[in-house]
Design a protein around this ligand. Structure first.
Ligand code: APR
Length: 231
């Protein structure tokens, strides 16, 4: 049994039909990130932001976990697996992963505008009622907002993610450009001597932090190679 931590990004969900953020027809090419993914953007135009996430949520409801999500979930039968994801989709959970840390929030949840990280105010959104509209209120009476960590906001679960790295045997990075901190900084917390694998069809700059074994393939093929050759 190995203790494995897996850091995933948007590339993990590409094979499920969800787009990445950067590098050619990424989401931030289509939408101005400051308008739809910052607290200032939300305050300036809440209905635009609510609609942006309603659209993404409805799209997510039409997608399925891919083989990569399932390979990660299957690892749990033999190993202790912690998924640390930057993704806000629920595809890891729907594939069967049980220990998932969402650093940037969850698209299928809504929270209070006044107290976004108060667990008592977080509500699950469903396929029957996927939208958040202006006027929908949290228990504290403030406007319900997407349970998403926007640029400039705190990343409360980063401590859980760092703690999860303390005693691992293997660290696997899948489908992230490592552009966004503090998530990208997790590589610094991987204990020395622990092998690091990075699955991405493109080159990813790890800024010399660690020697990594790069597997230049898509998520599913790359994870399959790791499972067959290294685990
Ligand atoms: N399999 C694996 N990786 C892939 C695939 C694939 N099929 N297709 C693309 N990739 C890689 C890209 O090469 C890129 O390195 O996925 C990575 C996606 O990088 P980004 O688009 O920057 O996404 P991510 O790293 O997850 O962004 C981090 O930025 O905008 C914020 O909150 C948002 O969580 C997001 C964060």
């Amino acid at each position: 049994m190995k203790k494995i931590a897996i850091l995933t990004g948007a590339g993990m969900s590409v094979e499920s039909g969800l787009s990445t953020f950067r590098g050619g027809n990424g989401m931030w090419d289509e939408y101005p990130v400051e308008q739809v993914a910052t607290i200032e953007g939300y305050i300036a135009n809440p209905s635009l932001v609510l609609e942006f996430y309603n659209k993404r949520r409805r799209e997510l409801l039409t997608k399925e976990p891919n083989m990569g999500h399932k390979l990660i979930a299957d690892l749990q039968s033999e190993h202790r697996v912690t998924v640390i994801t930057q993704n806000v989709d629920d595809l890891h959970e729907r594939a069967g992963s049980r220990d998932v840390i969402h650093l940037h929030g969850e698209l299928m949840k809504a929270c209070s505008t006044r107290a976004p990280h108060d667990p008592g105010q977080i509500v699950a959104l469903t396929a029957d009622a996927p939208d958040i509209e202006l006027g929908d209120k949290a228990a504290d009476g403030s406007q319900l907002r997407p349970f998403i960590v926007w640029f400039g906001e705190a990343v409360p679960r980063i401590e859980d993610a760092i703690r999860a790295l303390g005693d691992i045997d293997v660290f696997i990075i899948v489908g992230t450009s490592l552009n966004v901190y503090p998530a990208a900084g997790l590589l610094n917390y991987v204990p020395s001597g622990v092998p690091v694998f990075l699955v991405d069809p493109n080159d990813v700059d790890v800024r010399g932090v660690r020697r990594v074994t790069a597997i230049k393939k898509g998520a599913s093929e790359g994870l399959k190679e790791i499972v067959e050759k290294y685990l």
